[in-house]
Unconditional design. Structure first.
Lengths: 115, 114
């Protein structure tokens, strides 16, 4: 059974700092990995999706990497801003049997960027 | 293009009552999903559908039923609500299973069962 772990559970940084959020998964048989952002009381917003054949994806100040063989992904946020404060969720889509369209989520990292 | 919408946004039920949550998407997606999100548990898949007229069980299906009579709608039913079903429910949709298959989420329904 796929398990996804996100470390740290919470992170507080001063504005302007570069930071890295970590995600690890136990089964490397994945189709892709997706990073989401969730604001308090809101739904999930997709930030980046990395396919299993890719090593990284970039969108603005965000860069996500994927090392499928070691079961790890990182989300790098450059020059953090208070508006980046949210919970960041990592989710993997499996590619074996009946799991090939379901997402398994981590519990998230709560990021606070202080002005 | 509204994306994925959910109704209602909030609901309070008494134990034993029934209700239906509605999810609608206007992106012509084949796949639709229902998740629940609980503190400390993350998001867990309840049921999903790979096309009109189809449904399948996810990780935590007990106490819920679903129907997909139209491609754009996915209904989640609670026949006899229990306090353990107090949660935030999210619907999502995606294109056919492919290596891309990005899931798009609705804004959620916050359900309290007393």
């Amino acid at each position: 059974k796929q398990e996804v772990t996100q470390i740290p559970a919470a992170l507080s940084v001063p504005e302007g700092e570069n930071l890295v959020l970590n995600c690890s998964f136990t089964d490397s048989a994945i189709y892709n990995l997706q990073w989401f952002r969730q604001d308090p009381g809101k739904g999930l917003t997709s930030l980046l999706l990395i396919q299993s054949s890719q090593r990284e994806q970039t969108s603005g100040r965000l860069n996500a990497s994927l090392d499928k063989s070691s079961g790890r992904s990182t989300l790098y946020i450059a020059a953090s801003q208070p508006g980046d404060s949210a919970t960041y969720l990592c989710a993997v889509r499996g590619n074996s049997g009946g799991s090939n369209y379901k997402l398994t989520f981590g519990k998230g990292t709560l990021l606070t960027v202080n002005p | 293009n509204a994306g994925v919408t959910q109704t209602p946004k909030f609901r309070v039920l008494k134990t034993g009552q029934s209700m239906t949550l509605l999810c609608a998407q206007d992106m012509n997606h084949e796949y639709m999903y229902w998740y629940r999100q609980d503190p400390g548990m993350g998001l867990r898949l309840i049921h999903y559908s790979v096309g009109e007229g189809t449904t399948a069980k996810g990780e935590v299906p007990d106490g819920y039923n679903v129907s997909r009579l139209k491609k754009q709608n996915f209904l989640l039913g609670l026949e006899s609500a229990a306090p353990s079903q107090t949660s935030v429910y999210f619907c999502a949709s995606s294109y056919l299973a492919s290596s891309y298959n990005e899931q798009f989420f609705g804004p959620g329904t916050r359900l309290t069962v007393l």
